[in-house]
Design a protein around this ligand. Structure first.
Ligand SMILES: CC(C)(COP(=O)(O)OP(=O)(O)OC[C@H]1O[C@@H](n2cnc3c(N)ncnc32)[C@H](O)[C@@H]1OP(=O)(O)O)[C@@H](O)C(=O)NCCC(=O)NCCS
Length: 177
């Protein structure tokens, strides 16, 4: 399978609407309405100083979407979505490896990249681990879902020095008596 990443441009807004509304994204808060997506795109929220968005093209098809966020905050975060039909074939892991290299290369000043996911999003948590990210946080009952249930939230991050050396440094979880 040939994988490439292509930067979103505003003239692709309708394709973005189709992508985001074409199926359910149960680990994302709320359903995104087409009108809200169009407004966000018109306001530049998918590509501005703070964020950049990329299509993941698998054999030329729009199989996934990567949105890089908080680019001016020192610690970028990201959102990743792979369409159902393409999951379980390594695309999520390929996307996180790609965006990690992209961010550390494009932004020499950043030391770390963070990502959060719901506790029961086992596929995303596997992707983080596959890509050298380390679990740093676990917030209990911090993730209200649209159906009224509340879930734990987990946070992962990768350090530039680990990315450069291919190591994985774990936090010291035993620093209290
Ligand atoms: C999470 C997501 C990006 C993963 O993409 P993907 O292309 O399926 O990822 P990969 O194929 O690279 O890897 C999936 C991993 O999850 C594991 N996995 C999948 N379903 C699982 C489950 N129900 N329980 C445990 N592990 C699971 C796979 O075994 C694989 O791990 P491995 O490589 O160690 O074997 C994709 O499922 C997705 O877009 N989900 C909806 C949106 C979302 O949740 N985004 C994350 C928001 S933070």
């Amino acid at each position: 399978m040939h994988i490439e990443f292509s930067r979103f441009s505003p003239d692709q807004t309708e394709a973005l609407v189709d992508f985001l509304t074409g199926e359910e994204w149960p680990f994302h808060a709320g359903v995104q309405e087409a009108s809200a997506i169009r407004k966000r795109a018109a306001d530049g929220l998918y590509d501005d100083a703070e964020s950049r968005t990329f299509w993941l093209l698998a054999d030329g098809e729009r199989a996934g979407l990567v949105r890089l966020q908080d680019l001016e905050d020192g610690t970028p975060m990201f959102d990743l979505r792979i369409r159902q039909a393409w999951r379980g074939r390594g695309l999520g892991s390929a996307a996180v490896k790609w965006l990690t290299t992209y961010l550390f290369t494009e932004f020499p000043e950043i030391r770390r990249i963070e990502g959060n996911t719901r506790h029961d999003n086992l596929a995303m948590r596997a992707v983080f681990r596959n890509c050298g990210y380390v679990k740093e946080s676990h917030y209990r009952e911090a993730w209200p879902a649209p159906d009224g249930t509340v879930h734990d939230s987990t946070g992962y991050a990768i350090l530039r020095r680990d990315w450069e050396s291919g190591t994985v440094t774990l936090p010291d979880w035993h620093d209290e008596r």
